[in-house]
Design a binder for this molecule. Structure first.
Ligand code: C5P
Length: 226
């Protein structure tokens, strides 16, 4: 049953399949909120590295988490990520944060805290939540569950283009290697899921424009009452 604010749409899938862009586009089309959970894990990694807190240092990590305030500004206000009030939208996307975020996301103390915040943000409905554990752990009761898939080569090419457009100096080879490593981390990570839900709709994005993918997901949402 959709919440008072609308559906909960959970989008997960592999790295670089276009989850963020699709989730944002769907949220805009439906006038829903966009919950970018990857940005939250990135903000934790940024804060921890800045404070020199290693992923293995449970105590320091817990106390750091207690002091963190992560805010995702609404889409119409530019979709910025604020860490204790400071705009860190660009910093959290830096390649060195991308490389270390997985080791922080592995820590149960980090996951527990972020999952709780994410669930409370979705309680009302009217949200497009994006991230690997959305339909399995965070919102197993989501009204619409999407898994986005694409071949490694296409994902690497797209990510590389994004980096180049953002002025980041990185080769396609490096991007491909990073994605492969993160794919492996993702596969090995225990997200705490009991299994894969049966009602997930797989969307293969190879060769499709992002607009087409957004339209497909919006159509599925409309069929479910959005
Ligand atoms: O989606 P994005 O690339 O911004 O996510 C950054 C990292 O955060 C992922 O590589 C993964 O390690 C972690 N993450 C996670 N669970 C989520 C979203 C992201 O562990 N729901």
């Amino acid at each position: 049953m959709p919440g008072p604010g609308g559906l909960v749409i959970a989008i997960d899938g592999v790295i670089g399949a276009g989850k963020s862009t699709a989730a944002r586009g769907v949220a805009i089309a439906l006038h829903y909120r966009h919950l970018d959970t990857g940005a939250m894990y990135r903000a934790v990694a940024l804060a921890a590295t800045a404070a020199d807190v290693a992923p293995s240092d449970h105590e320091k990590l817990s106390s750091l988490l207690g002091e963190l305030q992560i805010e995702l500004t609404p889409l119409d206000k530019g979709r910025r990520v604020l860490l204790n009030g400071e705009d860190v939208s660009a910093d959290i996307r830096r390649p060195e944060i991308t490389r270390c975020v997985g080791s922080y996301a592995d820590r149960p103390v980090v996951r527990q805290q972020l999952v709780e915040v994410q669930r409370s943000m979705g309680a009302e409905g009217g949200i497009v939540a994006e991230g690997r554990d959305m339909s399995t752990v965070v919102f197993p009761g989501a009204d619409l569950k999407i898994r986005m898939l694409a071949e490694l080569e296409e994902r690497a090419r797209r990510r590389h283009e994004e980096f180049v457009a953002g002025g980041v100096d990185i080769t396609l080879d490096q991007v491909r290697t990073d994605i492969r490593t993160r794919d492996r981390e993702d596969e090995e990570r225990d997200y705490g899921a009991d299994g894969l839900p049966l009602d997930v709709v797989e969307v293969r994005t190879d060769g499709l424009s992002i607009e087409t993918v957004i339209e497909q997901i919006v159509e599925l949402a409309r069929l479910r009452g959005a």
